[in-house]
Design a protein. Structure first.
Length: 370
Protein backbone atom coordinates (compact mmCIF):
# COMPACT_ATOMS: atom_id res chain seq x y z
CA UNK A 1 0.00 0.00 0.00
CA UNK A 2 1.56 3.31 -1.10
CA UNK A 3 0.67 6.96 -0.84
CA UNK A 4 2.12 10.44 -0.85
CA UNK A 5 1.34 13.97 0.31
CA UNK A 6 1.20 17.22 -1.65
CA UNK A 7 1.26 20.76 -0.34
CA UNK A 8 -1.72 22.94 -1.25
CA UNK A 9 -2.31 26.33 0.38
CA UNK A 10 -0.30 27.53 3.36
CA UNK A 11 -0.78 25.12 6.24
CA UNK A 12 -2.81 22.70 4.08
CA UNK A 13 -1.84 19.32 2.65
CA UNK A 14 -3.57 16.68 0.53
CA UNK A 15 -2.93 13.07 1.39
CA UNK A 16 -3.09 10.68 -1.60
CA UNK A 17 -3.56 6.98 -0.84
CA UNK A 18 -3.28 4.37 -3.60
CA UNK A 19 -6.52 2.35 -3.79
CA UNK A 20 -6.04 -0.14 -6.63
CA UNK A 21 -7.13 0.07 -10.26
CA UNK A 22 -10.33 1.25 -11.87
CA UNK A 23 -11.84 -1.87 -13.53
CA UNK A 24 -13.10 0.16 -16.51
CA UNK A 25 -10.16 2.46 -17.31
CA UNK A 26 -7.35 0.36 -15.89
CA UNK A 27 -5.94 3.52 -14.26
CA UNK A 28 -4.73 3.76 -10.70
CA UNK A 29 -7.25 5.02 -8.14
CA UNK A 30 -6.42 7.22 -5.15
CA UNK A 31 -8.26 8.18 -1.98
CA UNK A 32 -7.61 11.72 -0.86
CA UNK A 33 -7.87 13.53 2.45
CA UNK A 34 -7.13 17.15 3.30
CA UNK A 35 -5.00 17.81 6.36
CA UNK A 36 -4.59 21.28 7.92
CA UNK A 37 -1.33 21.57 9.81
CA UNK A 38 2.30 20.72 9.31
CA UNK A 39 3.93 18.35 6.85
CA UNK A 40 4.74 16.04 9.74
CA UNK A 41 1.06 15.89 10.70
CA UNK A 42 0.10 15.06 7.10
CA UNK A 43 2.68 12.28 7.01
CA UNK A 44 1.26 10.92 10.25
CA UNK A 45 -2.26 10.86 8.76
CA UNK A 46 -0.94 9.02 5.69
CA UNK A 47 0.77 6.45 7.90
CA UNK A 48 -2.42 5.96 9.93
CA UNK A 49 -4.51 5.45 6.78
CA UNK A 50 -2.05 2.92 5.37
CA UNK A 51 -2.03 1.00 8.65
CA UNK A 52 -5.82 1.07 8.90
CA UNK A 53 -6.27 -0.28 5.37
CA UNK A 54 -3.60 -2.96 5.78
CA UNK A 55 -5.23 -4.20 8.97
CA UNK A 56 -8.77 -3.91 7.64
CA UNK A 57 -9.95 -1.33 10.14
CA UNK A 58 -10.78 1.62 7.89
CA UNK A 59 -13.84 0.80 5.82
CA UNK A 60 -16.99 2.74 5.08
CA UNK A 61 -19.13 -0.34 4.45
CA UNK A 62 -22.07 1.68 3.16
CA UNK A 63 -20.02 3.18 0.29
CA UNK A 64 -17.54 0.37 -0.28
CA UNK A 65 -17.85 -1.40 -3.64
CA UNK A 66 -16.99 -5.04 -4.22
CA UNK A 67 -14.00 -3.96 -6.35
CA UNK A 68 -12.63 -1.66 -3.65
CA UNK A 69 -13.10 -4.29 -0.97
CA UNK A 70 -11.31 -6.93 -3.05
CA UNK A 71 -8.44 -4.51 -3.73
CA UNK A 72 -7.98 -4.00 0.01
CA UNK A 73 -8.37 -7.71 0.77
CA UNK A 74 -5.68 -8.48 -1.80
CA UNK A 75 -3.33 -5.90 -0.27
CA UNK A 76 -3.67 -7.63 3.09
CA UNK A 77 -3.39 -11.08 1.52
CA UNK A 78 -0.21 -10.14 -0.35
CA UNK A 79 1.79 -10.28 2.89
CA UNK A 80 0.39 -13.64 3.97
CA UNK A 81 0.78 -15.88 0.92
CA UNK A 82 3.51 -16.79 -1.53
CA UNK A 83 3.98 -14.48 -4.55
CA UNK A 84 2.73 -17.12 -6.96
CA UNK A 85 -0.42 -17.68 -4.89
CA UNK A 86 -1.05 -13.94 -4.67
CA UNK A 87 -0.65 -13.57 -8.44
CA UNK A 88 -3.23 -16.32 -8.98
CA UNK A 89 -5.69 -14.66 -6.58
CA UNK A 90 -5.19 -11.25 -8.17
CA UNK A 91 -5.71 -12.57 -11.71
CA UNK A 92 -8.89 -14.44 -10.82
CA UNK A 93 -10.34 -11.33 -9.16
CA UNK A 94 -9.24 -8.89 -11.87
CA UNK A 95 -10.27 -11.00 -14.86
CA UNK A 96 -13.38 -12.81 -13.66
CA UNK A 97 -14.91 -11.18 -10.58
CA UNK A 98 -14.44 -7.42 -10.79
CA UNK A 99 -15.76 -7.08 -14.39
CA UNK A 100 -19.05 -8.73 -13.35
CA UNK A 101 -19.80 -7.42 -9.84
CA UNK A 102 -17.03 -4.88 -9.16
CA UNK A 103 -19.30 -1.80 -9.17
CA UNK A 104 -21.88 -3.35 -6.86
CA UNK A 105 -21.88 -2.09 -3.24
CA UNK A 106 -20.43 -4.81 -1.05
CA UNK A 107 -23.37 -4.51 1.34
CA UNK A 108 -25.76 -5.43 -1.52
CA UNK A 109 -23.82 -8.46 -2.80
CA UNK A 110 -26.15 -11.48 -2.86
CA UNK A 111 -25.70 -15.18 -3.73
CA UNK A 112 -27.41 -14.54 -7.06
CA UNK A 113 -24.69 -12.04 -8.01
CA UNK A 114 -22.00 -14.60 -7.21
CA UNK A 115 -23.87 -17.17 -9.24
CA UNK A 116 -23.70 -14.71 -12.15
CA UNK A 117 -19.91 -14.53 -11.78
CA UNK A 118 -19.69 -18.31 -12.19
CA UNK A 119 -22.15 -18.47 -15.10
CA UNK A 120 -20.27 -15.69 -16.92
CA UNK A 121 -16.98 -17.52 -16.38
CA UNK A 122 -18.39 -20.71 -17.90
CA UNK A 123 -19.86 -18.75 -20.84
CA UNK A 124 -16.40 -17.27 -21.43
CA UNK A 125 -14.98 -20.75 -21.83
CA UNK A 126 -13.44 -21.32 -18.40
CA UNK A 127 -13.23 -24.87 -17.09
CA UNK A 128 -15.18 -26.02 -14.05
CA UNK A 129 -11.87 -26.35 -12.22
CA UNK A 130 -11.11 -22.65 -12.78
CA UNK A 131 -14.62 -21.66 -11.67
CA UNK A 132 -14.04 -23.63 -8.47
CA UNK A 133 -10.87 -21.62 -7.91
CA UNK A 134 -12.84 -18.39 -8.35
CA UNK A 135 -15.32 -19.69 -5.79
CA UNK A 136 -12.56 -20.45 -3.27
CA UNK A 137 -11.12 -16.94 -3.65
CA UNK A 138 -14.53 -15.28 -3.24
CA UNK A 139 -15.34 -17.49 -0.27
CA UNK A 140 -12.07 -16.51 1.45
CA UNK A 141 -12.51 -12.81 0.70
CA UNK A 142 -16.12 -12.67 1.94
CA UNK A 143 -15.23 -14.68 5.02
CA UNK A 144 -12.76 -11.90 5.83
CA UNK A 145 -15.47 -9.30 5.13
CA UNK A 146 -17.59 -10.97 7.83
CA UNK A 147 -14.64 -10.87 10.26
CA UNK A 148 -14.16 -7.17 9.48
CA UNK A 149 -17.90 -6.69 10.19
CA UNK A 150 -18.55 -5.26 6.72
CA UNK A 151 -21.30 -7.77 5.92
CA UNK A 152 -23.41 -9.93 8.26
CA UNK A 153 -22.90 -13.17 6.33
CA UNK A 154 -20.79 -14.78 3.62
CA UNK A 155 -22.89 -14.72 0.44
CA UNK A 156 -20.63 -17.34 -1.18
CA UNK A 157 -21.74 -19.92 1.40
CA UNK A 158 -25.15 -20.10 -0.29
CA UNK A 159 -23.73 -20.80 -3.76
CA UNK A 160 -22.77 -24.29 -4.89
CA UNK A 161 -19.93 -24.11 -7.42
CA UNK A 162 -19.57 -26.68 -10.21
CA UNK A 163 -17.53 -29.75 -9.42
CA UNK A 164 -13.90 -29.61 -10.59
CA UNK A 165 -13.11 -31.41 -13.81
CA UNK A 166 -11.87 -34.89 -12.97
CA UNK A 167 -9.30 -35.89 -15.53
CA UNK A 168 -7.86 -39.37 -15.46
CA UNK A 169 -4.09 -39.32 -15.48
CA UNK A 170 -2.78 -41.29 -18.44
CA UNK A 171 -0.12 -43.91 -17.66
CA UNK A 172 3.13 -43.79 -19.64
CA UNK A 173 4.52 -47.10 -20.83
CA UNK A 174 8.25 -47.77 -20.36
CA UNK A 175 8.90 -48.04 -24.10
CA UNK A 176 7.21 -44.66 -24.68
CA UNK A 177 9.24 -43.07 -21.90
CA UNK A 178 12.48 -44.30 -23.46
CA UNK A 179 11.41 -43.18 -26.93
CA UNK A 180 10.56 -39.70 -25.60
CA UNK A 181 13.99 -39.29 -23.96
CA UNK A 182 15.81 -40.48 -27.09
CA UNK A 183 13.81 -38.14 -29.34
CA UNK A 184 14.76 -34.95 -27.48
CA UNK A 185 17.80 -33.44 -29.17
CA UNK A 186 18.26 -30.50 -26.79
CA UNK A 187 20.47 -31.58 -23.85
CA UNK A 188 18.58 -29.40 -21.34
CA UNK A 189 15.21 -30.81 -22.32
CA UNK A 190 16.56 -34.35 -22.43
CA UNK A 191 17.92 -34.07 -18.88
CA UNK A 192 14.60 -32.52 -17.75
CA UNK A 193 12.81 -35.57 -19.18
CA UNK A 194 15.24 -37.97 -17.50
CA UNK A 195 14.77 -36.25 -14.12
CA UNK A 196 11.01 -35.95 -14.53
CA UNK A 197 10.55 -39.61 -15.43
CA UNK A 198 13.18 -40.85 -12.98
CA UNK A 199 12.21 -38.80 -9.92
CA UNK A 200 8.76 -37.28 -10.45
CA UNK A 201 9.88 -33.75 -9.58
CA UNK A 202 7.56 -30.82 -10.23
CA UNK A 203 8.83 -28.33 -12.83
CA UNK A 204 9.61 -25.65 -10.24
CA UNK A 205 11.51 -28.18 -8.13
CA UNK A 206 13.47 -29.34 -11.17
CA UNK A 207 14.45 -25.79 -12.16
CA UNK A 208 15.36 -25.00 -8.55
CA UNK A 209 17.85 -27.88 -8.29
CA UNK A 210 21.38 -26.89 -7.25
CA UNK A 211 24.49 -29.03 -7.50
CA UNK A 212 25.12 -28.61 -3.78
CA UNK A 213 21.82 -30.41 -3.13
CA UNK A 214 22.88 -33.45 -5.20
CA UNK A 215 25.10 -36.29 -3.99
CA UNK A 216 25.95 -38.24 -7.12
CA UNK A 217 28.11 -40.76 -5.24
CA UNK A 218 25.27 -41.61 -2.85
CA UNK A 219 22.70 -41.38 -5.66
CA UNK A 220 20.28 -38.91 -4.10
CA UNK A 221 19.31 -35.27 -3.94
CA UNK A 222 17.41 -33.04 -1.55
CA UNK A 223 14.43 -30.95 -2.69
CA UNK A 224 14.88 -27.71 -0.76
CA UNK A 225 13.62 -24.98 -3.10
CA UNK A 226 11.51 -24.39 -6.17
CA UNK A 227 11.54 -21.74 -8.87
CA UNK A 228 8.31 -19.74 -9.02
CA UNK A 229 6.80 -18.24 -12.18
CA UNK A 230 7.73 -14.85 -10.68
CA UNK A 231 11.42 -15.81 -10.91
CA UNK A 232 11.83 -16.09 -7.13
CA UNK A 233 13.10 -19.17 -5.34
CA UNK A 234 10.79 -20.36 -2.56
CA UNK A 235 10.68 -23.36 -0.24
CA UNK A 236 8.71 -26.37 -1.57
CA UNK A 237 4.91 -26.07 -1.47
CA UNK A 238 4.44 -28.16 1.69
CA UNK A 239 6.40 -29.76 4.50
CA UNK A 240 6.30 -33.16 2.79
CA UNK A 241 7.47 -31.60 -0.46
CA UNK A 242 10.83 -30.94 1.24
CA UNK A 243 12.28 -34.39 0.79
CA UNK A 244 15.27 -36.51 -0.13
CA UNK A 245 14.88 -38.47 -3.36
CA UNK A 246 16.90 -41.53 -4.31
CA UNK A 247 18.14 -41.49 -7.89
CA UNK A 248 18.05 -44.36 -10.38
CA UNK A 249 21.46 -45.08 -11.96
CA UNK A 250 20.38 -43.69 -15.35
CA UNK A 251 19.57 -40.33 -13.74
CA UNK A 252 22.96 -40.23 -11.97
CA UNK A 253 24.74 -41.00 -15.27
CA UNK A 254 22.81 -38.28 -17.10
CA UNK A 255 23.64 -35.72 -14.38
CA UNK A 256 27.36 -36.56 -14.51
CA UNK A 257 27.47 -36.06 -18.28
CA UNK A 258 25.50 -32.83 -18.07
CA UNK A 259 27.66 -31.42 -15.27
CA UNK A 260 30.81 -31.97 -17.32
CA UNK A 261 29.28 -30.14 -20.30
CA UNK A 262 28.12 -27.30 -18.04
CA UNK A 263 31.63 -26.92 -16.57
CA UNK A 264 32.98 -26.41 -20.09
CA UNK A 265 30.31 -23.77 -20.81
CA UNK A 266 31.22 -22.02 -17.59
CA UNK A 267 34.89 -21.78 -18.57
CA UNK A 268 33.91 -20.30 -21.94
CA UNK A 269 31.58 -17.79 -20.27
CA UNK A 270 34.33 -16.57 -17.93
CA UNK A 271 33.58 -13.71 -15.51
CA UNK A 272 30.09 -13.25 -16.98
CA UNK A 273 28.92 -16.47 -15.37
CA UNK A 274 26.17 -15.99 -12.73
CA UNK A 275 27.11 -18.34 -9.91
CA UNK A 276 23.77 -19.62 -8.58
CA UNK A 277 24.95 -23.25 -8.60
CA UNK A 278 21.86 -24.22 -10.62
CA UNK A 279 21.64 -27.42 -12.63
CA UNK A 280 19.41 -25.78 -15.22
CA UNK A 281 20.51 -22.31 -16.36
CA UNK A 282 20.36 -20.11 -19.43
CA UNK A 283 23.92 -20.61 -20.61
CA UNK A 284 25.36 -18.00 -18.27
CA UNK A 285 24.42 -19.52 -14.91
CA UNK A 286 21.24 -17.46 -14.46
CA UNK A 287 17.87 -19.08 -13.76
CA UNK A 288 15.53 -20.33 -16.47
CA UNK A 289 11.98 -18.93 -16.69
CA UNK A 290 9.59 -21.72 -15.74
CA UNK A 291 6.94 -20.70 -18.29
CA UNK A 292 9.57 -20.68 -21.06
CA UNK A 293 10.89 -24.10 -20.03
CA UNK A 294 7.36 -25.49 -19.92
CA UNK A 295 6.52 -24.24 -23.42
CA UNK A 296 9.84 -25.44 -24.87
CA UNK A 297 9.35 -28.90 -23.46
CA UNK A 298 5.76 -29.21 -24.63
CA UNK A 299 6.67 -28.03 -28.14
CA UNK A 300 9.64 -30.43 -28.40
CA UNK A 301 7.57 -33.35 -27.09
CA UNK A 302 4.81 -32.62 -29.61
CA UNK A 303 7.33 -32.52 -32.46
CA UNK A 304 8.50 -35.96 -31.29
CA UNK A 305 4.94 -37.26 -31.43
CA UNK A 306 4.02 -36.98 -27.74
CA UNK A 307 1.13 -34.91 -26.42
CA UNK A 308 2.62 -34.48 -22.94
CA UNK A 309 3.64 -31.64 -20.62
CA UNK A 310 6.50 -31.70 -18.14
CA UNK A 311 3.97 -32.35 -15.38
CA UNK A 312 2.89 -35.37 -17.40
CA UNK A 313 6.35 -36.83 -16.74
CA UNK A 314 5.59 -36.66 -13.01
CA UNK A 315 2.40 -38.63 -13.65
CA UNK A 316 4.38 -41.05 -15.80
CA UNK A 317 6.88 -41.58 -12.99
CA UNK A 318 4.09 -42.26 -10.50
CA UNK A 319 2.28 -44.63 -12.85
CA UNK A 320 5.45 -46.60 -13.59
CA UNK A 321 6.25 -46.84 -9.88
CA UNK A 322 2.83 -48.14 -8.92
CA UNK A 323 2.65 -50.50 -11.91
CA UNK A 324 6.00 -51.94 -10.77
CA UNK A 325 4.56 -52.73 -7.36
CA UNK A 326 6.04 -49.84 -5.36
CA UNK A 327 4.11 -49.33 -2.11
CA UNK A 328 1.61 -46.45 -2.28
CA UNK A 329 3.07 -44.82 0.84
CA UNK A 330 6.59 -44.88 -0.62
CA UNK A 331 5.31 -43.45 -3.90
CA UNK A 332 3.50 -40.66 -2.04
CA UNK A 333 6.64 -39.75 -0.09
CA UNK A 334 8.74 -39.78 -3.24
CA UNK A 335 6.30 -37.48 -5.04
CA UNK A 336 6.11 -35.11 -2.06
CA UNK A 337 2.33 -35.29 -1.77
CA UNK A 338 0.94 -33.77 1.41
CA UNK A 339 -1.04 -36.95 2.10
CA UNK A 340 -1.25 -40.50 0.80
CA UNK A 341 -4.91 -39.95 -0.12
CA UNK A 342 -3.86 -37.45 -2.82
CA UNK A 343 -1.67 -40.11 -4.42
CA UNK A 344 -4.45 -42.68 -4.23
CA UNK A 345 -6.96 -40.23 -5.74
CA UNK A 346 -4.74 -39.18 -8.64
CA UNK A 347 -3.72 -42.68 -9.65
CA UNK A 348 -6.97 -44.57 -9.22
CA UNK A 349 -6.63 -46.02 -12.72
CA UNK A 350 -3.26 -47.59 -11.89
CA UNK A 351 -4.58 -48.94 -8.60
CA UNK A 352 -7.58 -50.43 -10.42
CA UNK A 353 -5.29 -52.14 -12.91
CA UNK A 354 -3.18 -53.60 -10.10
CA UNK A 355 -6.34 -54.70 -8.31
CA UNK A 356 -7.46 -56.57 -11.45
CA UNK A 357 -4.02 -58.18 -11.75
CA UNK A 358 -4.24 -59.30 -8.11
CA UNK A 359 -7.68 -60.80 -8.72
CA UNK A 360 -6.40 -62.63 -11.82
CA UNK A 361 -3.43 -63.97 -9.85
CA UNK A 362 -5.72 -65.28 -7.12
CA UNK A 363 -8.00 -66.80 -9.72
CA UNK A 364 -5.05 -68.58 -11.29
CA UNK A 365 -3.83 -69.76 -7.88
CA UNK A 366 -7.15 -71.20 -6.74
CA UNK A 367 -8.03 -72.61 -10.13
CA UNK A 368 -4.85 -74.64 -10.36
CA UNK A 369 -5.58 -78.33 -9.98
CA UNK A 370 -3.11 -80.96 -8.84
Amino acid sequence: MRGHIKKRAKGSWTVYLYAGFDPETGRKKYRTQTVRGTKKQAEAVLAQLIHAIETGTDFDSARLSVADFLDRWLEVKRKKVKPRTFTRYEELVRLHVTPVVGKLPLAKLKPLHIERVYVTAVENGLSQTTVCRIHRVMFMALKQAVRWQLVPRNAAEAVVPPRPDKQEVQALEVRDALRLIESLGDEDLRLMAVIGLGTGLRLGECLGLRWRDIDLDAGLFRVVQQLQTTGAFDPPKSHRSSRTVSLPAFVVDALRIYRKAQSERRLLCGPGWVDLDLVFERGDGSSVRSDTASKRFKRAAREAGFDITFHGLRHGHASLMLASGVDLKVASQRLGHSSISITADLYTHVASKLDKQAADSLDTLFSTKD
